[in-house]
Write a protein that binds this ligand. Structure first.
Ligand code: KG4
Ligand code: ZN
Length: 348
């Protein structure tokens, strides 16, 4: 390898965002994302539409990332792409593109794991000053497809302490928003409306699951039942009532989230606590974690907004750690929809 710090092009295409980033090691030189509006009218991601949109977006997004970084394809030392988990059709678009590029340029390909990459986003540098966790630490990954509590002992060593047994936290936000007739993805809209609310709250039923796992689907049923009882139907909630209804939903989801997180800190003794994934953009979650950290004496790590929802810079971080260990990917390997992380042996 000619360079001591590699210049990497990273691609993310696991769901409905086409991302491309250029990194020098862990330093982000550019980080471009093209979202896909086509899904909004269906209230969720339509896999076929997502794959087609990646096809049309990938070349312009990659070009924009290279231009912003002032880098030519021939300057690159490697290409990183998301191997999985995610929607297979979407993954295959980014993966095939990255593989062809690596083959054409004669440079190595690195496979990133989407959920590991969300965690490794904490190590990205971009000129902003923020604390970085040291190993081992606890990380809660909260996205549209996953909700997991992880013990992170190294860049490639992440172990599941607990996870959701049904819906992910982001999925629960999105389903509640859909019920209320809000757009997709609904998480950011619930966050925004809840921010306008005053103290009034609806007491929803608490999930009965114990330990380090989660179950958000019972809460969804409770939202439906109580909103139907109070308003005739969730879609009847008046605009003026939406803020406190959204704040009630958000509180109920976050109460459940924090219950297991607190228990995980107690059981593992890990006092460095990080969050990652799309829902870590939620302002109430971030504020509650800060407050809890201050109260309990934890070191809290909250990613900048740009690295919370799906992006390619985080994929580059995962690729960089593999470059460090020379673990580039043989070109005959393919994308994978399911890539479960291992369970923590001490908590399995
Ligand atoms: O990590 P991500 O971009 O994609 C997946 O890997 O799933 O996460 C997307 C999820 C969606 O469910 C979206 O509603 C949620 O993150 N999300 C939020 C917020 N921003 C994104 N949920 C609550 N509050 C937010 N501000
Ligand atoms: Zn994600």
């Amino acid at each position: 390898m000619a360079n001591t710090v590699p210049l990497l092009l990273a691609l993310e295409s696991s769901c409905d965002d086409t991302g491309a980033a250029v990194l020098r090691g862990l330093e982000v030189l550019s980080n471009r994302v093209a979202g896909q509006l086509a899904h909004a009218e269906f209230g969720g991601v339509v896999p076929e539409l997502a794959s087609r949109a990646h096809q049309t977006s990938v070349v312009p997004v990659v070009q924009a990332a290279l231009d912003e970084a002032g880098v030519l394809l021939t300057d690159l030392d490697g290409v990183v792409c998301t191997q999985g988990p995610g929607l297979l059709g979407s993954l295959l678009v980014g993966h095939s593109f990255a593989k062809s590029l690596a083959l054409g340029l004669g440079i190595p390909l690195y496979h990133a794991h989407h959920m590991r990459a969300h965690v490794l986003a904490h190590f990205l540098t971009d000129g902003t000053d923020r604390p970085v966790p040291t190993f081992p630490f606890l990380c809660a990954t909260v996205s549209g497809g996953h909700t997991q509590l992880l013990r992170v002992t190294g860049p490639q060593e992440l172990f599941i302490l607990g996870e959701t047994l049904d819906d992910a936290l982001g999925e629960a936000f999105d389903k509640a928003a859909k019920m209320l007739g809000l757009g997709y993805p609904g998480g950011p809209e619930i966050d925004r409306l809840a921010g306008l609310a005053e103290a009034r709250r609806i007491p929803f039923a608490k999930p009965s699951i114990k330990g380090l796992n989660y179950s958000f689907s019972g809460l969804k049923t409770s939202f439906l039942q109580i909103l139907t009882r109070e308003f005739g139907s969730p879609s009847n909630v008046a605009e003026s009532d939406l803020p406190w209804v959204c704040a009630s939903i958000q509180d109920a989801l976050l109460d459940h989230f924090f219950e297991s997180l607190v228990l995980a800190v107690k059981q593992t003794g890990l006092k460095q606590v990080a969050i990652a994934g799309g829902v870590s953009a939620n302002r109430a979650l971030r504020a509650r974690l800060q407050a809890l950290g201050a109260q309990e004496g934890w070191d809290v790590f909250i990613p900048p907004f740009a690295y919370t929802t799906d992006n390619a810079a985080m994929i580059g971080a995962d690729g960089y750690f593999q470059w460090l260990h020379s673990t580039n990917t043989p070109l005959h390997l393919s994308a994978q929809a399911r890539m479960p992380l291992p369970k923590d042996p001490t908590f399995a």
